[in-house]
Write a protein that binds this ligand. Sequence first.
Ligand code: DQQ
Length: 506
Amino acid sequence: MDEASTIALTEPDLARFQTIAATARETFRDELYRPVYHFTPPANWMNDPNGLIEWNGQYHLFYQHHPFAPYWADMHWGHAVSDDLVRWQDLPVALAPDGDGPDRDGVFSGCAVDDHGTPTLIYTSVAGPEQTVSLATGDRNLLHWTKETNNPVIATPPANLRLLKTPDGTIHFRDPSVWREGDRWQMIIGSGVRDVGGTILRYSSPDLRAWTYEGPVLVGDAFVTDPVWTGTMWECPQLFPLGDRHVMIVSVWHEGKTQYLIAMVGRYHDGRYRPESTDLLDLGSQYAPQTFLDRLGRRILIGWLREQRPRDAQIAAGWSGAMTIPWECSLDAKGRLCLTPVAEVRQLRQAHRSIAGFDLSAAAEGEETAREFDGLAGDALELDVVFERGTAMVGVLLRRSPNGAEETRVSYDPERAVLAIDRSRSRVGGLGDGWGPAKIETRLDLDPGEDVRLSIFLDRSVIEVVANGRTMLTARVYPTRADSTGVGVFARGGKARLASIDCWKM
Ligand code: DQQ
């Protein structure tokens, strides 16, 4: 490839692009399921966040994008920029496949680094069955990207590892994540070892161009199911220091299916990672999150919220995919990974209502008590809900229609120590094929005396929940009725007390 792979963008081009993007956004604005404060593509398809970076005080979000259709194909890197992590401005596509290049069949996921003042994207280039690593450098505005003449910079996966292959011969080898350590660059790449498990490979380089394979950082065991099955291949690995530990996040892939997120907390030393805990990070709609460090020293995570409606419905809608809000990562005193909305999310808060506590205990064993709140209705809300520790299953009703025919439940069951999102009545007529599981359940172990604290972000079809600052569950819901906007609480079969609700329109 030569200079032809540089996109020369003039000011009028940029203005024209932004008008087109704004018009596309306008088209979808009133759609029942289009989030209003979660990032979505202007139109068409979006999946993984890529190249998250703060550059000259602005946040850049690149993302896997099919700019011409609302389904996964022909991967490009879409691009948006923000001053505050919550209001994004569309920028032109940053990377596109080059017909004669090593990325001719797709520019898959990767990262961005600051190479001594030069913004540099390191991405998965795909050509036929080959997944390789390529590089592009940007101008100071991150608008013009020039692919390296010598791409790919890693042309083959390491030999003699029995890496997992698809039937068509593709060796899984993708999603480079790069950081600087001392005077060298470090890269990890997602893969899998046949008949063994998900694998993270490590390379190092003095200049981002010449890479030396350094060995596996971690190899999983696909035959172990406790505490959680980690699958046969790992996509989009993230490894970063947090407190006195290192966190590893992987997206579990198995036989062509994207599964769920795993987070490990452990030690990273001499190129080897030793997990001390391995847990589900999100079993819901989220996949392929990426993290980055900003100038305030915050480790910020943004993930892709997959649609949970059939492909036909996505195509009819004309757009697909949303991003989570940005979450700040930390470790608690017990060394557990915690997630807090970045402070900037509060800027989105509008009208506030708070409701004081009351008893919610069921009148009789096995019965349910529910209370709806007129003043809280909405489909774009932030809710902070606290239930005192009791014996009943407790929860929040969202997107509830006036007659209750439609509703989505976020609940905690103390008996089974389970946090759940129940979508079985999210849609009149129920969920059919392609809508994902009706009930999404994950384990939430409370500490002695700990209340149930639910931080919920509802945005039309998006629900993000973090319980007790550490257990995450996301889902997409598609109620059919425009008046499915009711909010309430419920308790079933025992003693329960709502301590408080704070709710903001967003
Ligand atoms: N999505 C990208 C891959 C990555 C996967 C392709 C994860 O690079 O492994 O769109 O969702």
